[in-house]
Design a protein around this ligand. Structure first.
Ligand code: CP
Ligand code: NVA
Length: 309
């Protein structure tokens, strides 16, 4: 059966654990499996800029014996000239999977609807589920477990990262806290979905404007840019409002003494996080960036297994 990965809750808690375990195996033995041998091609489409996602998918697809086809929307017919649906009909005859970084979630859903190959969200305005697989892998490496840990995100709770921490963290049985100023809270429907998942997994969800409430004894402290791609015109208003939510050494001091700091990158040092935190001993950002490779390979292997079952 064809499965897609458009949002973090497209996989069950058991499936998330299965993919993370596979990611650990693939990290230990990087070239152990080549389900894309042929080579089969995977289309990786970008409507927005990328360094980590582009590199990790290209390298990962090659590691799996396949051939990555990187498509920049500006030089393709996608993006106003041809619908996601028609694009999918063309691609599915030739590629094993479609990976797409885009703006609206609706385009991804249209791409996936009725398509005969798996479609993967490589970041949309609403979710960044591939990043979350890498983040959970990183947390598990540093903490040995996921369920029961407290993960606190500071900044734009309505961003793709805020939303994905809610859904993926709840799926992993974590206590997810989102600290955002008024006007930047996560979407109500995403919070409700996360709460419903947490009720099943033993996790919990807290959305607050109070930095100290979110930081207190946290195991993982996280932030992200205040100006996500597509929000550039709101830059000054965002800097003004989100400024109080910067992760500083004072915020880290309120977290657990063995807390780790994470950031999906790219980072604006001095804005959402101070340099002494992101470049300090508690930061695990380079593991997090490397784990994009291992987590996405595991995701692709898993999706291809489901497609061929
Ligand atoms: N974290 C992340 O997705 O980075 P890129 O925008 O460089 O792909
Ligand atoms: N929230 C950020 C993540 C970048 C990887 C953005 O959407 O720009």
């Amino acid at each position: 059966m064809i499965r897609h990965f458009l949002r973090d809750d497209d996989i069950t808690p058991a499936e998330q654990a299965e993919i993370l375990t596979l990611a650990t195996q693939l990290k230990t033995d990087r070239w152990q499996t080549k389900p894309l041998a042929g080579p089969q091609t995977v289309a990786v489409i970008f409507d927005k800029s990328s360094t980590r996602t582009r590199v990790s998918f290209a390298v990962g697809i090659a590691d799996l014996g396949g051939s990555p086809l990187i498509i920049t929307t500006a030089s393709s017919q996608l993006g106003g000239k041809e619908t996601p649906s028609d694009t999918a009909r063309v691609l599915e005859r030739q590629v094993a999977a479609i990976v797409w970084r885009t703006y609206g979630q609706a385009g991804l859903e249209e791409m996936a609807r009725g398509t005969t190959v798996p479609v993967v969200n490589a970041l949309s305005d609403d979710f960044h589920p591939c990043q979350l697989l890498a983040d959970l892998l990183t947390i598990r490496e540093h903490k040995g477990e996921l369920a029961g840990l407290t993960l606190s995100f500071f900044g734009d709770g309505a961003s793709n990262m805020g939303h994905s921490y809610l859904l993926a963290g709840a799926t992993a049985g974590m206590h997810v806290r989102i600290a955002s100023p008024a006007g930047y809270e996560p979407r109500a429907d995403v919070v409700a979905d996360a709460r419903a998942i947490a009720a099943q997994t033993g996790g919990s969800i807290l959305v607050t404007t109070d930095i100290a409430e979110a930081a207190s004894d946290a195991d993982i402290v996280i932030t992200d840019t205040w100006v996500s791609m597509g929000k550039e015109e709101e830059k000054q208003a965002r800097l003004d409002t989100l400024g109080a939510y910067k992760v500083t050494s004072a915020v880290m001091a309120q977290a657990a003494s063995d807390a780790i700091f994470m950031h999906c990158l790219p980072a604006d040092r001095g804005y959402e996080v101070d340099a002494d935190v992101i470049d300090g001993d508690q930061s695990v950002i380079w593991d997090e960036a490397e784990n994009r490779l291992h987590a996405q390979k595991a995701l692709l292997v898993w999706l291809l297994q489901k497609a061929n079952a």
